[in-house]
Design a protein around this ligand. Sequence first.
Ligand code: MOS
Length: 703
Amino acid sequence: MTTTTENTTVTGAVGSARTRVEGRDKVTGAARYAGEIPFAELAHGWLVLSTVARGRIRSVEDAPVREMPGVLAVLHHENAPRVDTAYMGMLGPPNPVVGIFQHDRVPFMGWPVALVVAETSEEARAAAEALVVRYDEEPHDVGFFAGHAGAYTPGEPAMEQADTEKGDLEARLREAAHVVDEEYSTPEEHHNSMEPHAATARWEDGRLDVLDSNQGTSWVASELASLFSLDPSSVRVRSEHVGGGFGSKGLSPHQVAAVMATTLLHRPVRVVLTRRQMFSLVGFRSPTLQRVTLGADTGGRLRAFDHQSLSLTSTVHEFVEPSANVGRTMYDADAHRTGHRLVRLDVPTPTWMRAPGETPGSFALESAVDELAEKCGLDPIELRARNQPEAGPVSGLPFSRRNQLACFEEGARRFGWAGRDPRPGLRREGRWLLGTGMAAASFPAGAGASTAAVTAHPDGGFTVGINAADIGTGARTAMVSVAADALRVTPDRIRVRLGDSDLGPAWIAGGSMGTRSWAWAVRLAADELRELLALGGSVPPEGITTRSDTSEAIGALAQKERHAYGAQFAEAAVDVTTGEVRVRRLLGIFAAGTIVNPLTARSQLVGGMTWGLSMALHEEAVRDAASGGYVNADLAGYHVAAHADVQHIEADWVDDHDPEDPVGIKGIGEIGIVGVAAAIANAVWHATGVRHRRLPIRPDRVL
Ligand code: MOS
């Protein structure tokens, strides 16, 4: 079931399956990642990270290392260029970790303390490993689950509201026929993109030129300009191919280190992060401790709703994992309360990761809703259907389009939900206990202002310039389809340029807003070009270019609750002798607006669902309280779902489109993961009769 709108069916490229335009380059190796692009005179930087969790740097003993083979420079807090971290960036104030080598304080294990630059990567690494840094160590605290005594209410600007409250919660709970009041927890999780972060910086004709792997070159360029007090026009950032980001690829210490070093050495400098360094330098998802309290009447209607979430931040910067936000749009009640608290610990600052807020929040909330359905004696889908709000429970705003029920219906039909015996622990197949579970999903559908340029060439071809980021999702291919329909030409006549800050500002590949934001800008410029060309006349050698800027159109959007929706279904088998959980089947049905390219969209949704399975069963970063560092900062110790963990995953969608978007898009970047962990935990309960309120559901916790 692909989706089209009356606006976009001219050629039908939008909604038709198309293979990636850069697919051949990728499989033949012609597509290069940021760390693979050759340069003459390239020097290599290797970051040295602190080995203590808190304290001061007493000395960096760089003299012996400077004599080592190939070493060109050793940068640290006593000799590095000064930078300005007191600016306001596009997404808030900068994370202080990008202000590298500015002082002697160490706020966490893995803080950058030096950069060794050498002729080769191997020489840089050898010297970095030989560098002796001495510290005055101070006591540290990294214990999240023990540490909520010092919790406080966050005031971070990115957090719209830490708390919301309406009605008398205690009174409604006293009257409720059924109450669920439970704690849920999720561990610290890491993005672990396949391609590690890498940047090459150089000065070229008076401009800073950075080849990078990121989720938005306009974003990274503007942050670098602010940090180094440069005119924005003198900074160019390119990011052509990106091997995953998941929220972690913005500005990080490695780009800053590369810029510092190239400025001092007058030659290109590349800094690549190791997998281990990524654990402390590019953010992560905070662990969460959530309490959900639900009170329902005898008919299963929610009368009281409370979702409180605790997460952590560092001592140097505030970031909130907004887990309680999901209930602000999903379920209403006479009394409704949500809240966030933070604890400050001697750890790196967390950041956005794979549906920040909704992912851990939906685990807690959709598990609690399942528990409530059990208490009410209602089918979990029926309970949810009875609790669909008419308007935003907190905002009071109308829903733009809430196609949640269609997802339930289609999902139930496809999964074979009808006739399910709700009683747990009854189905057995040899040593396996079998169960099924489901959960609802939602994710905000937003758009960010973007600019685009579309050029008609005399040979009948078109070039689309949009500073999109293709982080593996198929952004180029999607923009080809959008432009083809607007221009009413076949897709083979369109070439897309992206990933270059010189193309002008555009929204990032983030917040599930990339495709919608870029398509909007491309659509406007292409519509104008088509109208111009329809007037007749020949196309001059330099072509005809139209430009768009969506700031005004997006600013004029009416205030509404805009979301994509989904229903997640899982079948789990639990080995009663080993505690192993096998997810035999996952089905996700989504209402996520116009699906631009069904082929890449399905891959992206299946990818999101795979991450949900990974979260439910495997992912867990473990900190050592004594040292303050990780014990599993690699893909051996931090297991992400591999092929052997995934059996059958299916993703599909119902007809849906956003009536106020020119292409009808809502966004699919993150909704695939939302609700999956709850659906699996609910299936494990149905199999075993045991609720798992703490992730991951490891074999030792099952037994
Ligand atoms: Mo995403 S966590 O919006 O990159």
